[in-house]
Design a protein. Sequence first.
Length: 239
Amino acid sequence: MAGHSKWHNIKHKKNAKDAKRGKIFMKLAKEIYVAAKQGGDDLETNSALRLAIDKAKANNMPNDNIDRAINKATGNLDGENYEEIVYEGYGPGGIAVMVETLTDNKNRTASEVRHAFSKNNGNLGENGCVSFMFHRKGYIVIKRDDIEVDEDTFMLEAIEAGCEEVEANDEVYEIYTAVEDFEDVKNTLQESYQLEVAELSMFPDTYTSISDDQSDDMDNLIDMLDDLDDVQEVHHNMQ
């Protein structure tokens, strides 16, 4: 994974947040809803709900919004029923793309996702066409400015906490873990450091380089998918 910083994509999203905060809150509320619906509202036993709430709080989502999503899921309030659907396809230049969605209308979502692909020189594929190229990992980001120890000391701390890999760049440390180790690593590191990002995400096994024109189309595809209300995450293997 070295040399393929996820942080650059996250920064791009953060810079556009203020203009889209309402849409972001809606997506986070869906994630909380599904986690609570599937695993209940007990944070001690429902790790997916803990992660969803942590992500919501990191995005400054009000507690009332968080509580409302949980109450809808547990039957205390009327709410929609969301279905998790993952779409797979190819972007410009054959880039592998996975699109995670939560939807109450799969026909609408399929149509919108297909339109985004076709408009940007890509095409929607069959289930399984690219998912074998990706694996889920834990991902944690800590800003360098929030760390007082030197790089070698910090990396040793992260490794001792149980991480698989640490990447250092000018702004942040990016820490990768096995799925089963993520909670332990997160809990250990947050005892000493402020975590900028802490999530489970999909990462490609290999990356693909494409031309500048194809990269522009790919960026447009990602932005168009991210703007869809039903899309939660977009994963790809563009270099």
